[in-house]
Ligand binder design. Structure first.
Ligand code: SAM
Ligand code: SF4
Ligand code: SF4
Length: 339
């Protein structure tokens, strides 16, 4: 395989990670992402013809790997609601150059699918779980799913070799603040790393207010007061979670502080939406639609050239520039672009 090119954007950042949203549908209605008032029975999800086929996704992933991408994460919506996802995983697992092939899921379908995903070549999973008590969790997912379903999914993923698992928890003021200590306690001393995420102002349907954000600094001090912590160096440039470990050796946690401590300077991530648009920032106001190219018989080189052009023109640093004015700009929804 030829040596990877390093394609840099206007701020000198390489393209290293690609997040692929395989569907805009989900079996949860988390209030911070797909609130039921907006994503109700009449909501128009993407029509099937507009969604990229697995072959089309594979072409875009191949092109991005040729430009330096090494980590590919499947997401959504809920990626496991898309049929035969293992077929796509098998196709991507055969691409030389991908060092990390992962999936972010709410865990509801993992018990059923973990083994097939592992057999197809998936490396790891990240599971989202916002509380350990059913009352809070059901209020967060608004779909009546109990915590046990997700824990069973996690156990199945570990048994299938998809661990160690990273667990994502979005913390919202007044909603699940108590989950910080609950989750820390439950997963201390296990292989699972809990990553606490600041509630972000993605999209415009979740009614985001700065008051609802529990800053990462506050999350850390709550845990540190109970089980003292110390910082660990990042694994690699562009790692979004700041890593901390328990001083007593019981493992590590992470915090993702995109609101209070933006990390745009190291942001090496591109996103592909389910309908084939490339977004160079989670807060982008518009994507670059690849579908016309993919569906007009263009060559692989043309797809790579197009991606290169998009990346070299990239200027995004939304979180660093976030002000009260930008919060109200039109933005793309998280369930569409995949977090
Ligand atoms: N459905 C899958 C899941 O929930 O893991 C994958 C897609 S979801 C959009 C990806 C991640 O984004 C999840 O960990 C979720 O908690 C996080 N997320 C969604 N909306 C968010 C928000 N407003 N602020 C911070 N994180 C958010
Ligand atoms: Fe669905 Fe994930 Fe969004 Fe929750 S965060 S609504 S599980 S896509
Ligand atoms: Fe990257 Fe945009 Fe987030 Fe900054 S705001 S870290 S550029 S996705």
């Amino acid at each position: 395989m030829p040596a990877p090119l390093t394609v840099l954007d206007t701020l000198g950042r390489p393209m290293r990670d690609l997040r692929v949203s395989v569907t805009d549908r989900c079996n949860f209605r988390c209030g911070y992402c797909m609130p039921r008032e907006v994503y109700g029975p009449d909501h128009a999800f993407l029509p099937r013809a507009e969604i990229l086929s697995y072959e089309e996704i594979e072409r875009v992933v191949r092109a991005s790997v040729a430009l330096g991408v090494r980590k590919v994460r499947l997401t959504g919506g809920e990626p496991l609601v898309r049929r035969e996802l293992e077929t796509l995983i098998r196709m991507l697992a055969s691409i030389e150059g991908i060092e990390d092939l992962t999936l972010t899921t709410n865990g509801t379908l993992l018990a059923q699918k973990a083994q097939a995903l592992a057999d197809a070549g998936l490396h790891r999973v990240t599971v989202s779980l916002d509380a350990l008590d059913d009352e809070t969790f059901m209020r967060m997912n608004d779909a009546g799913v109990p915590v046990a379903t997700v824990l069973e999914g996690m156990a199945a993923a570990e048994a299938a070799g998809l661990g160690p698992i990273k667990l994502n928890a979005v913390i919202r003021r007044g909603m699940n603040e108590h989950a910080v200590l609950d989750l820390a306690e439950r997963f201390r001393g296990t292989e699972t790393t809990v990553r606490f995420i600041e509630y972000m102002d993605v999209g415009h349907t979740n009614g985001w207010r700065l008051d609802d954000v529990v800053p990462a600094g506050e999350i850390l001090s709550r845990i540190d007061a109970r089980w003292p912590l110390e910082p660990i160096d990042p694994d690699y440039r562009g790692e979004v979670a700041q890593r901390w470990r328990y001083r007593d050796g019981a493992g590590e946690i992470g915090v993702i502080s995109s609101v209070t401590q933006p990390f745009c300077g190291d942001c090496t991530r591109a996103r592909l939406s389910a309908d084939g648009s490339i977004y160079t920032c989670l807060f982008a106001t518009a994507g670059h639609d690849l579908r016309p190219l993919l569906r007009s018989g263009a060559s692989d080189d043309a797809v790579t050239d197009c991606l290169r052009g998009i990346w070299t023109g990239r200027t995004d640093r939304y979180s660093e520039l976030r002000t009260l004015d930008t919060v109200d700009l039109p933005k793309v929804e998280m369930s569409y672009i995949g977090g």
